[in-house]
Design a protein around this ligand. Structure first.
Ligand SMILES: [Zn+2]
Length: 242
C-alpha cells in the first residue's frame, strides 16, 4: 500500500468515525494526524496533520528540513495544540528530517541536504559536503514523501520554516503574501538568497509548479516565546487568507 493510499483511507476512516465531532470544530485549527505511514531512513515517523477543513485555500506548513534548525519543529509542534479560527485547509508537517534533528545535522541520515534533493530541472550531482544533493534527484525517502504530499494535496501556498537569516524569502508568485508576513516578523523580504540552490524545494514548488512558496528564516538569538507568538500570527494570517 502506498503512502498516499494509506493517507486516503485514513481520511475516510476519520471522516466516518468523527463526523459529529468535526462539525463542532469546523472553524478551529484542531489538527488530526492523517498519516504516520512514512518513516525516515532511521525509522522515525514523519507526521502530517490536517485541520479537516476542505474549503478555501490549501496551505502547507513545513518545519525541520534541516536538523540543525530546530526552531521551526518546536514551533509547529506547539501550533498543533493551539485552537484558532481558520477558514482555510491547513496541513502541518512539523519535521521533515527527524534523523537530522536527532543528530543535529543539516543533512539526513544519508548525509543529503533535502533542500537540494528535489527533482528539479537544475538538480545536479554536487560535492559531498553539507549541501550534497544526493546520488540522484529525489533519492531520499523524505523528499519522495514530501513530493507525494504536494501532488496529493495540491497546496495553494507553502510556508517552510528555516533558520538563521531573519528574512522572508520566496519562490514563485508570493511577494504579496510575503508583505504581511515580513511585517509580522519585522524581517526584510529577499527573493534571492544570494547563492545557487539546485534541487531546492523552492525551485520545485515555487518556480516549476507555480505554487507560491515562502521560506521564513528565523533567527538564532530570538526567544522561543517571541518566535512562537510571531509564527502563530503568521499561521493565523495564512489560515484566514482569501
Ligand atoms: Zn534550513
Amino acid at each position: 500500500m502506498s503512502a498516499i493510499n494509506i493517507l486516503t483511507s485514513f481520511y475516510l476512516d476519520i471522516n466516518r468515525l468523527n463526523i459529529d465531532r468535526l462539525n463542532v470544530f469546523l472553524y478551529k485549527l484542531i489538527m488530526f494526524k492523517i498519516t504516520n505511514s512514512t518513516q525516515s531512513q532511521n525509522k522515525k515517523p514523519i507526521e502530517l496533520f490536517h485541520n479537516q477543513i476542505f474549503t478555501g485555500k490549501t496551505i502547507l506548513i513545513i518545519g525541520g528540513f534541516h536538523g540543525d534548525e530546530p526552531q521551526g519543529v518546536k514551533i509547529l509542534k506547539k501550533a498543533l495544540t493551539k485552537n484558532f479560527k481558520t477558514k482555510n485547509s491547513i496541513y502541518i508537517l512539523p519535521c521533515l528530517n527527524p534523523d537530522g534533528l536527532a543528530k543535529k545535522t543539516r543533512v539526513n541520515a544519508n548525509n543529503v541536504d533535502l533542500n537540494r534533493n528535489f527533482a528539479t530541472k537544475n538538480w545536479k550531482f554536487s560535492n559531498q559536503d553539507e549541501f550534497f544533493g544526493g546520488k540522484a534527484p529525489a533519492s531520499e525517502l523524505e523528499t519522495q514523501f514530501l513530493s507525494n504530499v504536494i501532488n496529493e494535496i495540491q497546496p495553494d501556498i507553502i510556508l517552510s520554516l528555516h533558520a538563521p537569516f531573519k528574512i522572508v524569502n520566496y519562490d514563485g508568485n508570493a511577494e504579496n503574501i510575503c508583505i504581511p508576513i515580513a511585517k509580522i516578523m519585522n524581517y526584510p523580504i529577499e527573493n534571492d538568497i544570494g547563492y545557487p540552490t539546485p534541487g531546492s524545494f523552492g525551485t520545485y514548488c515555487g518556480i516549476e509548479r507555480n505554487i507560491p512558496t515562502i521560506t521564513l528564516e528565523l533567527g538564532e538569538d530570538e526567544s522561543e516565546k517571541w518566535q512562537l507568538e510571531k509564527v502563530l500570527d503568521v499561521i493565523d494570517y495564512l489560515s484566514n487568507l482569501d
